[in-house]
Design a protein around this ligand. Structure first.
Ligand SMILES: O=c1nc[nH]c2c1ncn2[C@H]1C[C@H](O)[C@@H](COP(=O)(O)OP(=O)(O)OP(=O)(O)O)O1
Ligand SMILES: [Mg+2]
Length: 223
């Protein structure tokens, strides 16, 4: 296996993957460069959404595909935004309009909200809340074909706290509001290498590489 489609349209993720995967000698092709439209991600688990994204990109291109589904899970919000992270501000608007907490599945193929809107929503949700604990979660799924019976799966978490006031210009998404207490910096204040060393995505990627080294891909005839 040399060419792999990256089943993501998120520029922040793509930058991080380029660094994380450089040592593997794989040629990574962002799905956007191949004209693959965003997949639906309607499920209530990160795993199911990642699998759907990987299959979608592999089916569209005929290539192996790697997908990432990730989000921020906040203790005081019962683990939300979670799988709704990319569409959190729209989700909360819909809930407010409906006057109740939504039970429906996450956002389908609708466009993600801007980071600024999602961050503002999260800060508003935590107004007056003393418990700031949160973690990022990332699951990666690699399929060799759209019908691969043995998807390779790895995950990772990164623990921190949500800050009201943003700090830092690196990273993407919720990073300016995500404080790592042990270093006293937000994820957006870390340089790219430092973020990859400790992030949910970095951990998941290293676990995935471990799986690949165990023989997953070379045995499967996709080389
Ligand atoms: O390291 C991170 N630093 C900050 N924010 C992050 C991170 N990792 C995930 N996140 C947030 C961004 C987005 O609000 C959601 C992912 O949503 P998710 O559906 O997996 O990605 P996406 O829609 O942006 O792109 P795509 O589905 O094409 O990969 O979690
Ligand atoms: Mg998405």
């Amino acid at each position: 296996m040399r060419q792999v489609v990256l089943a993501s349209g998120n520029a922040g993720k793509l930058r991080e993957f380029a660094a994380l995967l450089a040592p593997l000698g794989l040629e990574l092709l962002p799905q956007t460069a191949l004209g693959v439209p965003a997949a639906e991600e309607p499920f209530g688990t990160f795993l199911e959404n990642a699998l759907a994204k990987a299959r979608h990109a592999s089916r569209a291109t005929g290539l192996p595909a790697l997908a990432d589904d990730s989000g921020i899970c906040v203790e005081a919000l019962g683990g939300r935004p979670g799988v709704w992270s990319a569409r959190w501000s729209a989700m909360r608007r819909e809930e407010a309009a409906a006057g109740r907490r939504a039970v429906a599945a996450p956002g389908g193929a609708g466009p993600a909200d801007t980071d600024a809107a999602n961050n503002a929503q999260l800060v508003a949700d935590l107004q007056g809340q003393a418990d700031r604990r949160a973690h990022y979660y990332c699951v990666l799924v690699l399929v060799r074909s759209p019908d691969d019976p043995q998807p390779i799966v790895a995950d990772g978490s990164w623990y921190g706290e949500v800050l009201d006031a943003p700090r830092g210009a690196g990273g993407f998404g919720y990073d300016p509001h995500f404080l790592i207490p042990s270093v006293g910096l937000t994820a957006a204040e870390l340089d790219a290498e430092a973020k990859n060393r400790s992030s949910h995505r970095g951990r998941a990627m290293r676990a995935l590489v471990e799986r690949l080294r165990e023989g997953g891909l070379t045995q499967a005839g996709a080389a």
